[in-house]
Design a binder for this molecule. Sequence first.
Ligand SMILES: [Zn+2]
Ligand SMILES: [Zn+2]
Length: 265
Amino acid sequence: MLCDFHFHTSFSGDSDTPPVWQIEQAVALGMERVCVTDHHDYDVNSDIDFNLDFPAYFQTMAELRERFRGQIRLEIGVELGLQRHLAGYLEQLAQAYDFDFIIGSRHFIDGMDPYYPSFYEGRTLRETLNRFFRVSLDTVRALDCFDSYGHLDYVVRYCAGMEEEYRASDYTEYIEPLLKTLIEKGKALECNSGGFRYSLGHPNPCEDILRLYRRMGGELLTVGSDAHSPEYLGCEFNRTAELLKECGFRYYTVYHRRKPEFLPL
Ligand SMILES: [Zn+2]
Ligand SMILES: [Zn+2]
Protein backbone atom coordinates (compact mmCIF):
# COMPACT_ATOMS: atom_id res chain seq x y z
CA MET A 1 0.00 0.00 0.00
CA LEU A 2 1.16 3.54 -0.76
CA CYS A 3 2.61 5.57 2.11
CA ASP A 4 0.02 7.98 3.49
CA PHE A 5 1.58 11.44 3.67
CA HIS A 6 -1.47 13.42 4.75
CA PHE A 7 -3.55 12.56 7.81
CA HIS A 8 -4.71 14.16 11.02
CA THR A 9 -5.01 13.40 14.74
CA SER A 10 -6.53 15.12 17.77
CA PHE A 11 -3.73 17.70 17.54
CA SER A 12 -5.90 19.15 14.75
CA GLY A 13 -8.86 21.24 15.86
CA ASP A 14 -11.20 19.18 13.65
CA SER A 15 -10.19 15.66 14.76
CA ASP A 16 -10.79 13.64 17.95
CA THR A 17 -8.58 10.74 16.94
CA PRO A 18 -5.79 9.81 19.38
CA PRO A 19 -2.53 9.81 17.39
CA VAL A 20 -1.73 6.20 18.32
CA TRP A 21 -4.96 5.00 16.62
CA GLN A 22 -3.77 6.36 13.27
CA ILE A 23 -0.36 4.71 13.61
CA GLU A 24 -1.89 1.37 14.64
CA GLN A 25 -4.21 1.54 11.63
CA ALA A 26 -1.31 2.30 9.29
CA VAL A 27 0.55 -0.75 10.65
CA ALA A 28 -2.59 -2.88 10.24
CA LEU A 29 -2.87 -1.74 6.60
CA GLY A 30 0.74 -2.77 5.99
CA MET A 31 2.11 0.71 5.31
CA GLU A 32 5.87 0.91 5.72
CA ARG A 33 6.01 4.61 6.22
CA VAL A 34 3.59 7.46 6.97
CA CYS A 35 3.73 11.16 7.71
CA VAL A 36 1.41 12.83 10.20
CA THR A 37 0.37 16.31 9.02
CA ASP A 38 -1.79 18.05 11.62
CA HIS A 39 -3.33 21.44 10.86
CA HIS A 40 -1.88 24.81 11.65
CA ASP A 41 -4.07 27.60 10.30
CA TYR A 42 -2.93 30.83 11.87
CA ASP A 43 -4.93 34.06 11.84
CA VAL A 44 -8.21 32.68 10.55
CA ASN A 45 -11.80 33.52 11.36
CA SER A 46 -13.15 30.21 12.68
CA ASP A 47 -14.98 28.74 15.67
CA ILE A 48 -12.45 25.90 15.59
CA ASP A 49 -8.97 26.54 16.98
CA PHE A 50 -6.64 25.47 14.18
CA ASN A 51 -3.43 26.48 15.99
CA LEU A 52 -1.09 23.56 16.55
CA ASP A 53 0.65 23.11 19.91
CA PHE A 54 4.04 22.46 18.29
CA PRO A 55 6.10 21.45 21.37
CA ALA A 56 3.48 18.92 22.57
CA TYR A 57 2.98 17.67 19.01
CA PHE A 58 6.68 17.00 18.45
CA GLN A 59 7.03 15.33 21.85
CA THR A 60 4.10 12.96 21.24
CA MET A 61 5.07 12.12 17.67
CA ALA A 62 8.73 11.56 18.54
CA GLU A 63 7.62 9.12 21.27
CA LEU A 64 5.36 7.29 18.80
CA ARG A 65 8.16 7.17 16.25
CA GLU A 66 10.32 5.36 18.82
CA ARG A 67 7.53 3.10 20.05
CA PHE A 68 6.71 1.86 16.54
CA ARG A 69 10.29 1.64 15.30
CA GLY A 70 10.72 -1.63 13.39
CA GLN A 71 7.00 -1.74 12.56
CA ILE A 72 6.55 1.48 10.67
CA ARG A 73 8.52 4.60 9.94
CA LEU A 74 6.82 7.75 11.18
CA GLU A 75 7.71 11.09 9.64
CA ILE A 76 6.60 14.27 11.36
CA GLY A 77 4.97 16.87 9.15
CA VAL A 78 2.41 19.63 9.25
CA GLU A 79 -0.31 21.05 7.02
CA LEU A 80 0.15 24.82 7.03
CA GLY A 81 -2.76 27.01 6.05
CA LEU A 82 -1.27 29.38 3.48
CA GLN A 83 -2.17 33.05 3.41
CA ARG A 84 -0.14 35.62 1.58
CA HIS A 85 0.22 38.07 4.47
CA LEU A 86 1.71 35.26 6.61
CA ALA A 87 4.70 34.65 4.30
CA GLY A 88 7.31 35.81 6.84
CA TYR A 89 5.69 34.10 9.81
CA LEU A 90 5.24 30.76 8.01
CA GLU A 91 8.78 30.77 6.66
CA GLN A 92 10.11 31.30 10.18
CA LEU A 93 7.90 28.53 11.50
CA ALA A 94 9.07 26.14 8.79
CA GLN A 95 12.66 26.75 9.86
CA ALA A 96 12.00 26.68 13.62
CA TYR A 97 11.03 22.99 13.87
CA ASP A 98 12.51 19.78 12.46
CA PHE A 99 9.73 18.95 10.06
CA ASP A 100 10.17 16.05 7.69
CA PHE A 101 7.48 17.36 5.38
CA ILE A 102 5.28 20.43 5.01
CA ILE A 103 2.02 20.53 3.07
CA GLY A 104 0.92 24.01 2.11
CA SER A 105 -2.84 24.33 1.67
CA ARG A 106 -5.03 27.26 0.84
CA HIS A 107 -8.00 26.78 3.23
CA PHE A 108 -9.42 30.21 3.97
CA ILE A 109 -10.22 32.79 1.29
CA ASP A 110 -10.77 36.39 2.39
CA GLY A 111 -11.24 35.07 5.92
CA MET A 112 -13.97 32.65 4.81
CA ASP A 113 -13.87 28.87 5.01
CA PRO A 114 -15.10 27.18 1.78
CA TYR A 115 -16.36 24.37 4.01
CA TYR A 116 -19.40 26.52 4.86
CA PRO A 117 -22.23 27.38 2.40
CA SER A 118 -21.83 31.11 3.10
CA PHE A 119 -18.70 31.01 0.93
CA TYR A 120 -20.84 30.29 -2.15
CA GLU A 121 -23.86 32.47 -1.41
CA GLY A 122 -24.78 34.85 -4.18
CA ARG A 123 -22.12 33.50 -6.53
CA THR A 124 -22.13 31.10 -9.47
CA LEU A 125 -19.80 28.12 -9.43
CA ARG A 126 -17.68 29.83 -12.06
CA GLU A 127 -17.32 32.99 -9.99
CA THR A 128 -16.58 31.02 -6.84
CA LEU A 129 -13.91 28.89 -8.46
CA ASN A 130 -12.36 31.77 -10.39
CA ARG A 131 -11.90 33.52 -7.08
CA PHE A 132 -10.56 30.40 -5.37
CA PHE A 133 -8.03 29.53 -8.10
CA ARG A 134 -6.93 33.15 -8.54
CA VAL A 135 -6.11 33.41 -4.84
CA SER A 136 -4.44 29.97 -4.93
CA LEU A 137 -2.16 31.01 -7.79
CA ASP A 138 -1.25 34.22 -6.02
CA THR A 139 -0.45 32.25 -2.85
CA VAL A 140 1.78 29.70 -4.56
CA ARG A 141 3.70 32.48 -6.28
CA ALA A 142 4.23 34.39 -3.04
CA LEU A 143 5.09 31.61 -0.56
CA ASP A 144 7.98 29.16 -0.31
CA CYS A 145 7.46 27.61 3.14
CA PHE A 146 6.10 24.23 1.94
CA ASP A 147 7.14 21.03 0.15
CA SER A 148 3.86 19.92 -1.44
CA TYR A 149 0.79 21.91 -2.44
CA GLY A 150 -2.28 20.30 -0.82
CA HIS A 151 -5.57 19.28 -2.50
CA LEU A 152 -5.44 21.94 -5.24
CA ASP A 153 -9.16 21.86 -6.20
CA TYR A 154 -10.62 20.55 -2.93
CA VAL A 155 -13.17 23.35 -2.80
CA VAL A 156 -15.25 21.45 -5.38
CA ARG A 157 -16.02 18.90 -2.65
CA TYR A 158 -18.48 21.39 -1.26
CA CYS A 159 -19.97 22.51 -4.59
CA ALA A 160 -21.89 19.27 -5.17
CA GLY A 161 -25.28 20.96 -4.84
CA MET A 162 -24.51 23.68 -7.38
CA GLU A 163 -26.16 23.57 -10.77
CA GLU A 164 -23.13 23.95 -13.01
CA GLU A 165 -20.60 21.19 -13.41
CA TYR A 166 -16.95 21.66 -12.50
CA ARG A 167 -14.50 21.29 -15.39
CA ALA A 168 -10.86 21.98 -14.60
CA SER A 169 -10.33 23.16 -18.21
CA ASP A 170 -12.49 26.23 -17.48
CA TYR A 171 -9.80 27.46 -15.09
CA THR A 172 -6.66 26.76 -17.11
CA GLU A 173 -5.63 30.43 -16.96
CA TYR A 174 -4.99 29.95 -13.23
CA ILE A 175 -4.21 26.25 -12.93
CA GLU A 176 -1.52 26.08 -15.61
CA PRO A 177 0.62 28.92 -14.17
CA LEU A 178 0.08 27.48 -10.69
CA LEU A 179 1.50 24.11 -11.77
CA LYS A 180 4.31 25.86 -13.63
CA THR A 181 5.20 27.77 -10.47
CA LEU A 182 5.30 24.55 -8.42
CA ILE A 183 7.61 22.92 -10.97
CA GLU A 184 9.92 25.94 -11.15
CA LYS A 185 10.14 26.15 -7.35
CA GLY A 186 10.79 22.42 -6.94
CA LYS A 187 7.57 21.90 -5.00
CA ALA A 188 5.42 18.78 -5.20
CA LEU A 189 1.77 18.54 -6.14
CA GLU A 190 -0.37 16.51 -3.76
CA CYS A 191 -2.85 13.86 -4.90
CA ASN A 192 -5.42 13.80 -2.09
CA SER A 193 -7.64 10.70 -2.14
CA GLY A 194 -10.10 12.40 0.22
CA GLY A 195 -12.02 13.53 -2.86
CA PHE A 196 -13.35 9.98 -3.30
CA ARG A 197 -15.11 10.26 0.07
CA TYR A 198 -17.17 13.18 -1.18
CA SER A 199 -18.53 11.03 -4.00
CA LEU A 200 -16.70 13.18 -6.49
CA GLY A 201 -15.39 9.99 -8.09
CA HIS A 202 -11.93 11.49 -8.30
CA PRO A 203 -9.12 12.67 -6.05
CA ASN A 204 -8.15 16.31 -5.52
CA PRO A 205 -6.93 17.55 -7.82
CA CYS A 206 -8.90 15.73 -10.51
CA GLU A 207 -7.33 13.58 -13.24
CA ASP A 208 -7.26 16.42 -15.80
CA ILE A 209 -5.01 18.49 -13.54
CA LEU A 210 -2.80 15.52 -12.62
CA ARG A 211 -2.37 14.73 -16.33
CA LEU A 212 -1.59 18.34 -17.17
CA TYR A 213 1.02 18.47 -14.40
CA ARG A 214 2.68 15.31 -15.77
CA ARG A 215 2.60 16.68 -19.35
CA MET A 216 4.23 19.89 -18.14
CA GLY A 217 7.08 17.83 -16.68
CA GLY A 218 5.86 17.66 -13.07
CA GLU A 219 7.54 14.78 -11.25
CA LEU A 220 7.19 15.50 -7.52
CA LEU A 221 3.89 14.01 -6.43
CA THR A 222 2.83 13.20 -2.86
CA VAL A 223 -0.14 11.04 -1.89
CA GLY A 224 -2.38 11.41 1.15
CA SER A 225 -5.82 10.39 2.36
CA ASP A 226 -6.49 13.45 4.54
CA ALA A 227 -8.01 11.02 7.06
CA HIS A 228 -9.23 12.61 10.27
CA SER A 229 -10.13 9.17 11.70
CA PRO A 230 -8.65 5.67 11.22
CA GLU A 231 -11.31 4.28 8.88
CA TYR A 232 -10.22 6.71 6.17
CA LEU A 233 -6.49 6.18 6.44
CA GLY A 234 -5.16 5.06 3.06
CA CYS A 235 -8.66 5.57 1.64
CA GLU A 236 -8.94 4.35 -1.99
CA PHE A 237 -5.15 4.10 -2.32
CA ASN A 238 -5.23 1.17 -4.74
CA ARG A 239 -7.60 3.08 -7.00
CA THR A 240 -5.43 6.19 -6.61
CA ALA A 241 -2.26 4.31 -7.61
CA GLU A 242 -3.96 2.94 -10.72
CA LEU A 243 -5.27 6.35 -11.66
CA LEU A 244 -1.85 7.97 -11.23
CA LYS A 245 -0.29 5.34 -13.48
CA GLU A 246 -2.97 6.08 -16.08
CA CYS A 247 -2.03 9.75 -15.81
CA GLY A 248 1.55 8.88 -16.73
CA PHE A 249 3.27 8.68 -13.35
CA ARG A 250 5.58 5.81 -12.44
CA TYR A 251 6.75 7.12 -9.07
CA TYR A 252 5.41 9.12 -6.17
CA THR A 253 7.32 11.11 -3.61
CA VAL A 254 7.88 10.84 0.14
CA TYR A 255 9.91 13.21 2.29
CA HIS A 256 12.42 12.94 5.10
CA ARG A 257 13.92 16.07 6.62
CA ARG A 258 12.22 17.95 3.81
CA LYS A 259 14.14 16.08 1.11
CA PRO A 260 12.23 14.16 -1.57
CA GLU A 261 12.64 10.43 -2.15
CA PHE A 262 10.93 8.49 -4.94
CA LEU A 263 8.98 5.25 -4.53
CA PRO A 264 7.39 3.17 -7.32
CA LEU A 265 3.61 3.34 -7.70
ZN1 LIG B 1 -6.40 20.65 4.01
ZN1 LIG C 1 -5.69 17.86 5.80
